[in-house]
Ligand binder design. Structure first.
Ligand code: PRX
Length: 631
């Protein structure tokens, strides 16, 4: 299949696409691409001219083939014992009601809707409702701060924002509606006014009477949705019409609005899900990712539902009420495919095997890992302890930009190597290039690029096609550059080694160093900041910030806390620096460029590997920084 996928991509992908429902078939050309900036504008199109709808393919198509009474979603609340479920028929009815409401308040094809919800069933419902009417959803992870949310609202100008009043995660309550209120205030001050804020009453966390309300703008979901019909006509869209925008971090302070379109994304997420997890109709599938990230888009919502799968959606935290919660859920729903991130594996590994072995887990069949390289010791623990040495692990390498898996094992198809994502998925032609952009063959290390398009590839960055071309296609002309380093061993296995740009991967979340730096320097007492990633036992990478204070300001513990707070408030708690390192001076070249290489070595205390510091404008700052390391 792989050979055919790369020698005859048109035939390969159109055969698979034909398994979906198309109102009208795509044109003569299955795909069109220009992958080379030297030949003009970068352009990727798949199935152009084909008219379809991804919501229809997830729900109506599966119902028509007899899966109406199959469970689509098992929802597990934060509190054990709080749960519910929904069949495909019920899910379609709920999606249609919301879709009708959205149409009624003026959401049309091509309009944006921002979704700021925790892992309630309403989150996939809202995504599917947007897709049904051709609206573009932009889900913002509900851990982002008001400022980050406002930034995204300002960029995509939604007609409606969908949220809930509050959520419980573990023992904490997060008041989401208050965050949305501040974000809407901030965006209104910048001239972007959102008319409707549809708010779900999550009464397990907070009663509606306690929620602050803006009359005329805020609407309770439960007050309106049930009044709408449970059927809703489908908006047939072109395969290349936008499906969603998802913001992700890059090497500058401004998040990038990654745009995915409908047809190619649909075919790709469904196919990758099916093969990389060896999906069978009797499987119960659980992906621990939040729908606020790409993993939740492609592998909580679209990929599984396109396959008619039963999906577990979990609202809570994996260590609440105790660290056995995941295995409790696995046993409760008889989960057979469990897909998670290395950070979760490492954090549970520290707690000891007994929290795992007291659960049966015999339903498990396939395990999956995503978000960052999985270190071999965590891989082995995942395999031996969680999977009782009988479940293959799909270590899936991919990105927000790629839409779906790019390099991944196919369970059982070839021998596993702990820590390697193994081989490319159908249609994917990875290449490793050197610094000059020259392809290297065989056993080697270098920069991971891709040679030609695949259906799930993103098509542009919202409102900034030029940034799309310069970020991804200009570094190594002729290729898509992933931003990752990679090596290939003598057997052809791929080993991802992490980001090679200014992006830090904290617990599988991408955070741009520039975003953290700009938050830090917005603190009135911070003059300059330089942020680097350091190895972290559980999170993979931690955030290490060097800060120079305004002249005359003394460094204190209170100041450190308020610097951390400014990042939490501007980006979100997940981006809070692990370490603030007071830096009266930063190592700079004579032309004023910060030498991050040296900062990385100081941050990881590899002091004997500082290298040549003689080119610095002031080499004494290095000794000063070392002396202040544990200050
Ligand atoms: O560095 C790679 C790492 O996560 C980055 C993509 O982050 P994001 O767009 O947020 O998507 C995360 C979920 C797909 C990549 O550039 N990454 C993701 N999966 C792996 C990985 N690194 C190594 N192995 C993986 N399996």
């Amino acid at each position: 299949m792989y050979q055919r996928s790369v020698h005859d991509p048109s035939g390969f992908w159109s055969d698979i696409a034909s398994e979906f429902y198309w109102r009208e078939k795509w044109g003569q050309q299955v795909y069109h691409e220009n992958f080379d900036v030297r030949k003009g504008k970068i352009k990727i199109e798949w199935f152009k001219g084909g008219m379809t709808n991804i919501c229809y393919n997830c729900l109506d198509r599966n119902i028509e083939s007899g899966k109406g009474d199959k469970t689509a979603i098992y929802w597990e609340g934060n509190e054990p014992g709080l749960d519910s479920s929904m069949t495909y028929n019920q899910l379609l009815a709920r999606v249609c009601q919301l879709a009708n409401y959205l149409k009624d308040v003026g959401v049309h094809k091509g309009d944006a809707v921002v979704i700021y919800l925790p892992m309630l069933m309403e989150l996939p419902i809202a995504m599917l409702a947007c897709a049904r009417i051709g609206a573009i959803h932009s889900v913002v992870f509900a851990g982002f701060s008001a400022e980050s949310l406002a930034q995204r609202i300002i960029d995509c100008r939604p007609k409606v924002v969908i949220t809930c009043n509050a959520v419980r995660r573990g023992s904490k309550i997060i008041y989401l509606k208050e965050i949305v209120d501040s974000a809407l205030l901030e965006s209104a001050q910048k001239g972007i006014v959102t008319d409707v804020c549809l708010t779900y009453e999550n009464d397990s966390a907070m009663k509606k009477e306690m929620t602050k309300w803006t009359k005329g703008r805020d609407i309770w979901w439960q007050d309106v949705i049930l009044k709408y019909p449970v059927t809703c006509d489908v908006e047939w869209v072109d395969a290349e019409d936008p499906l969603f925008l998802l913001y992700t971090s890059g090497s500058t302070g401004k998040p990038k609005g990654v745009l995915h379109t409908t047809g190619g994304y649909m075919v790709y997420t469904a196919t990758t899900f099916k093969y990389a997890f060896d999906y069978k109709p009797t499987d119960i599938y659980w992906c621990t990712a939040d729908c606020g990230w790409i993993t939740g888009h492609s592998y909580v919502t679209y990929g599984p539902l396109l396959n008619g799968a039963t999906v577990v959606v979990f609202e809570g935290a994996p260590n609440y009420p105790d660290v056995g919660r995941c295995w409790d859920i696995v046993d409760k729903y008889k989960v057979s495919i469990f897909y998670t991130a290395p950070t979760l594996v490492r954090s549970l590994m520290r707690e000891g095997d007994e929290h795992v072995s007291r659960y049966s887990r015999k339903s498990l069949r396939v395990l999956g890992s995503v978000g960052e390289p999985i270190n071999p010791s965590a891989w082995r623990w995942f395999f031996n302890v969680i999977g009782d040495a009988r479940c293959p692990i799909s270590d899936t390498w991919w990105q927000t930009e790629t839409g779906g898996f790019m390099i991944t094992p196919l369970p059982g198809a070839w021998p596993q190597k702990p820590g390697s994502a193994t081989f490319p998925f159908f249609g994917v032609q990875p290449v490793i290039v050197d610094e000059k952009g020259v392809e290297i063959e065989g056993e080697c290390s270098g920069y991971l690029c891709v040679k030609s398009s695949w259906p799930g590839a993103f098509r542009t960055l919202h409102g900034d096609h030029e940034r799309y071309e310069t970020t991804y296609f200009s570094a190594f002309p002729g290729y898509y550059f992933s931003g990752d380093g990679c090596s290939r061993d003598k057997d052809g296995y791929y080993w991802l080694t992490g980001r090679v740009d200014d992006v830090i991967n904290v617990s599988g979340h991408r955070i741009g160093t520039a975003e953290v730096e700009s938050a830090l320097v917005s603190h009135p007492q911070c003059a300059e900041a330089a942020v680097v990633g350091v190895e972290h036992e559980v999170k993979g990478q931690g955030i290490y910030a060097f800060v120079t204070l305004v002249e005359g300001v003394p460094y204190s513990d209170d100041l450190r806390k308020s610097l951390v707070m400014v990042v939490r408030n501007q980006i979100g708690a997940f981006a809070a620096p692990d370490k603030i390192h007071w830096a009266p001076g930063l190592p700079k070249t004579r032309s004023g460029k910060i030498m991050r290489r040296i900062l990385r070595k100081i941050a990881s205390r590899q002091l004997d590997e500082l290298g040549d510091t003689s080119t610095l404008a002031d080499p004494t700052v290095v000794d000063q920084l070392i002396a202040l390391a544990d200050c």
